[in-house]
Ligand binder design. Structure first.
Ligand code: ADP
Ligand code: ASP
Ligand code: MG
Length: 409
């Protein structure tokens, strides 16, 4: 008897009809002899609608109360789902995050799961029920409700799979698996049969929202195999698992892009020890993550320093940096929000020269200017003008032959 954790995303439970379909599919799996824990997201658009409501009260809603509000989205879907299962003659209990004993830290809106006590979940399973768990939410030490960050139901599912030592974690979504590029903008994108945790971590952190990054971190740490597949078809999806020899042969697995990027340049910064420390300390203290950083060679004891943050953090960052610029006597601070980042990810890059050149060539053929570049062992990223991002993804997809049949195996 296998223990399986399944997760259905917002679009998969976006209407009563769809919730019924999910219930039927879960029952089928249970009929095949599996023990099932089913994690659900809020119905499509509901989390956004709740956030919008809070903004009607105030532009800066209290984080604790915002989490209480946002957590209601999943309460709705999980209860409707349990009703649907019961109406079909099977036993099911819905559990909210606190009932499923999902313990987190106290970072409202972006809480991390610390541990899951499985007693209640196991008891429900032992009593022969299908267990439905509200995704995206947990409880802190003081019993406050917390949420895990957007897309966090993936993390709930993988964390439960790890804690329960499940045989498999299935992520059901609105696409058939992980593709060589976002299929919504690249029609030639191919479904990948397998992808390593490392590559999936890069794809997730560089902007592919098909799996939330922390869910992949959990999966890698506890070696939980993930099957990403469609809620609407029966086709095999993508297995996300530990690296094997076959995976290494593939040079580039995917192209990914992120529009949520902005660039800040501090012009004519005095070039002396301790300056970078002065500039980035207030930024990191504010919990802002800086991504790429470039400093050009100095002329007359002054250099320009350019770095990127998310568009979401842009305003706050530029205010902090303008303060420091005044203190250290930098000439001025410039900001640009019309940028985006396009990246290549692949294990095969470790052992191949020339990947970057092919990337630069493909972008230059389209007349796309690269303003920043960063590389690591298995990825290369370029910052370009946002308006060219879709063109860049398609050009790179083509240049690396990712739409070719041979890439599918
Ligand atoms: P869910 O609501 O099921 O969690 P999400 O919207 O969070 O679904 O994630 C699925 C979406 O991720 C797809 O609709 C697709 O547009 C997007 N996506 C981005 N990059 C990729 C990729 N490389 N492969 C598959 N989907 C991707
Ligand atoms: N409902 C939450 C969101 O929209 C969590 C999730 O769907 O995974 O971000
Ligand atoms: Mg998601």
């Amino acid at each position: 008897m296998a223990l399986i954790v399944q997760k259905y995303g917002g679009t998969s439970v976006g209407s009563i009809e769809k919730i019924r379909k999910v219930a039927e599919r879960v029952i089928e799996s249970s009929e095949r002899g599996n023990r099932l824990v089913v994690v659900l997201s809020a119905m499509a658009g509901q989390t956004d609608a709740l956030i919008k409501l809070s903004k009607e009260i105030t532009e800066t809603p209290d984080p604790r109360e915002l989490d209480v509000l946002m957590a209601t989205g999943e309460q709705v879907s999980v209860s409707l789902f349990a009703m649907a299962v019961k109406s079909m003659g099977y036993d099911c209990h819905s559990l909210l995050g606190f009932q499923a004993a999902i313990h987190t830290d106290q970072v409202y809106g972006k809480a991390r799961i610390r541990k899951v006590d499985t007693d209640r979940l196991l008891k429900e399973l032992d009593e022969g029920r299908i267990v439905a768990v509200a995704g995206f939410q947990g409880i802190d030490e003081e019993t406050n409700i917390t949420t895990l960050g957007r897309g966090g139901s993936d993390t709930t599912a993988v964390a439960l799979a790890a804690a329960l030592n499940a045989d498999l974690c299935e992520i059901f979504t609105d696409v058939e698996g992980v593709f060589s590029a976002d299929p919504s903008i690249c029609t030639h994108a191919k479904k990948l049969k397998r992808i390593s945790y490392e590559e999936m971590l890069e794809l997730a952190s560089l902007g592919a929202k098909v799996l939330e990054i922390r869910s992949v971190e959990f999966a890698k740490k506890f070696n939980v195999p993930i099957h990403v597949r469609s809620s609407f078809t029966r086709n095999e999806g993508t297995m996300v698992a530990a690296e094997n020899k076959e995976m290494e042969k593939i040079l580039v697995s995917g192209i990914v892009f992120d529009r949520n990027q902005a660039r800040i340049t501090m012009v004519k910064v005095p070039d002396r020890p301790g300056i970078a420390f002065r500039i980035f300390t207030p930024v990191s203290k504010a919990g802002i993550v800086v991504d790429m950083i470039i400093q050009n060679t100095s002329a007359e004891g002054r250099a320009d320093l350019t770095f990127t943050v998310t568009k979401t953090d842009f305003q706050k960052t530029i205010e902090l940096v303008r303060e420091v610029a005044k203190e250290i006597g930098a000439e001025k601070v410039l900001g640009d929000q019309d940028i985006a980042k396009v990246s290549l990810v692949g294990l095969g890059m470790r052992n191949h020269a020339g990947v970057a050149t092919t990337m630069f060539e493909a972008l230059s053929k389209e007349n796309i200017n690269i303003s920043m570049i960063s590389t690591s062992e298995i990825k290369i990223s370029c910052v370009i003008e946002e308006k060219y991002i879709e063109l860049a993804v398609r050009a790179l997809h083509e240049a690396f032959g990712l739409g070719d049949e041979k890439q599918e195996d």
